[in-house]
Design a protein around this ligand. Sequence first.
Ligand SMILES: [Mg+2]
Length: 318
Amino acid sequence: MLDEYCPDLLVLAIPLRNKFRGITTREVALFRGAQGWSEFSPFLEYDDHEAATWMRAAQEAANAPWPKLFRNRVAINATLPMVEPTHVREILSHFPGSTTVKIKVDDFEKGALLVDEVLNLNAEMRIRLDINGGWSAEQARTNLLEYHLRFGKVFDYVEQPCISLSDLAEIKSDIAIPIAVDESIRKNLSAEFSSFSNYADIAIVKWQPVGGFAAAHTIAEQVGLPVVISSALETGVGISHGLALAASFSEFNYACGLGTVALLESDTSTPTAMVSDGYLEVERREPVGFERYLATPERTAFWKQRILRVLELMEGQG
Ligand SMILES: [Mg+2]
């Protein structure tokens, strides 16, 4: 079954330059289908049911042609993990030409130091804050008022300030910064998306977590908000499919969060998935120079078992 559905399987474990979403190593499975290389890389804490959605994306990208593309390059935002301000310059240096940065924050005091440092380095930078649903409605109101008073109109949007839709609805009319939803979409794929304009101004859509190209377009149509395509911290192989997704929308005005290979110790794809001049080219990529990142036999066995369980679950679902 593995050879049939995931030919040429590679399991890689790539260290991150800085801790990001609580992990220090990114484990991914790469395989090759009729159309080229694809990536299956649900995070380790995700159960098989959620991972099956990621596998649907991975299988579609491996075996079906890309959707119709409307551009051959995509503007990319820089991604700044929650780090000490002294690290900001070095991290931003991996996103040459990017004019937008997404910053992971969990409060005002420390987050403001990161915004300050970014603006010191480039006063023109557009800022996105990503809270990952960490605030109550009250905290969101207080913190976002502080950010607005301190920095004014530098913000593109704040991503998922609260986790619940009712909290988002409650704060939406009170805050001066547009709201983007991420977890509200990828963790609630059966949600009533047509009501999302009550909660948000922008929809973050991710290639693997929503289940691939066709699923992403269905969600985008239902949500009816401008979309931003972001990564799930994939290698360049998975990033290629995110880029194709971004290029498959006829109208598109935002920089995308697809430069995250810069957060990995090394790019293991060709052509490179490292940002140049603020953009990435929309091309299929394949693994290269990955030998030193091959996972241990134990971790490889874990991924093979995981893939088999997920494939069997999908087969049962028909
Ligand atoms: Mg997010």
